[in-house]
Ligand binder design. Structure first.
Ligand code: ZN
Length: 308
């Protein structure tokens, strides 16, 4: 079941009209034109690209679940999940993440992408962060993007995009760095400032996030803004600001997909992360959500339909 506020559909459509035409930095992304000369694809569903979108954190708090420790993928443990940070006025990160993710989803679907989300409501708990990372391979995602906002010092400002470092498998290496870079470029092109307190040039490599560590597909986590910064708190708390973030993220994902055509239908290869935990940084940051888990075979033709 999916619970998606009605405004999202209309808003996403409006954003798509503006955004994907305007593009970011001139990098317009539009629906692929119908091929008039190419033979019809006998099985178009088999060739759809799949993107796993993770609206970070839980909609609700559950003491029992939050007390649960799960592997972080590098030999440690961390909390299953949390509700994340909030603005000083109390606007919760999980809500921002969920709204932005829903709009990104609509934009990607409008561009012919199969989208799976890790949670389909903003009230429940779970799934744990390790499960969200594992879901990438379960749905045979081409790319995975986790959406968050940070809770840092008040004068900290700007976005940063996180990739797993050091990589635990092939997908976490160059493909994830390039995905993070595409998202960085899109956010930058949309006029968002790079972080003045985390990473360099809007990019950060981290080892402590289970959602990244357990992914066997190219993965990146976007920290859209610092919710504790007074100016950014305003932007993240309203639908116009949320739509701008969603637009930029969708543009970045579509640009990356365009530059990274499907490799094959072979299962993704790679090293297994060790069982461990997930250490978040200042505020928890990687919660992910529930969901639509599907057992997906690694064959493109067996890809599950969108579950959300
Ligand atoms: Zn977060």
């Amino acid at each position: 079941m999916q619970v998606i506020p009605a405004r999202w559909g209309a808003l996403a459509a409006a954003v798509l009209a503006v955004s994907l035409v305007a593009g970011c930095g001139g990098d317009s992304v539009q629906p692929a034109p119908a091929a008039s000369t190419a033979p019809a694809d006998p099985d178009p569903a088999a060739h759809m690209r799949t993107v796993l979108i993770d609206p970070g954190h839980n909609g609700g708090n559950d003491a029992k679940q939050m007390a649960k420790k799960v592997p972080d993928g590098r030999g440690h443990t961390k909390a299953c999940n949390t509700t994340g940070t909030s603005t000083d006025a109390g606007y919760p990160e999980h809500r921002f993440n969920f709204y932005v993710a829903a709009e990104v989803r609509q934009l990607l679907i409008s561009n012919g992408i199969n989208v799976v989300v890790t949670r389909t409501n903003d009230t429940g708990v779970g799934p744990c962060v390790d499960a969200r990372g594992k879901q990438a391979a379960e749905v045979n995602a081409d790319a995975v993007v986790s959406i968050h906002a940070d809770g840092a010092v008040p004068n900290g400002q700007g976005f940063h995009v996180i990739y797993p470092k050091p990589p635990l498998n092939t997908a976490q290496g160059a493909p994830s760095v390039s995905l993070a870079t595409a998202l960085r470029d899109a956010l930058r092109g949309a006029g968002f400032p790079e972080s003045n307190y985390a990473g360099k040039d809007g990019l950060v490599g981290r080892s402590d996030l289970a959602g990244l560590n357990f992914s066997k597909r190219p993965v990146a986590m976007v920290e859209c803004a610092n919710m504790r910064n007074p100016q950014e708190a305003v932007t993240v708390s309203n639908s116009v600001g949320q739509a701008r973030y969603a637009q930029a993220i969708a543009v970045g994902i579509l640009a990356w997909l365009r530059d990274h055509p499907p490799v094959s239908t072979t299962p993704s290869a790679s090293a297994e992360p060790s069982a461990g935990s997930d250490g978040d940084r200042a505020q928890a940051d990687e919660s992910e959500t529930s969901s639509s888990r599907t057992s997906a075979s690694s064959k493109a033709s067996a890809r599950p339909k969108p579950t959300n």
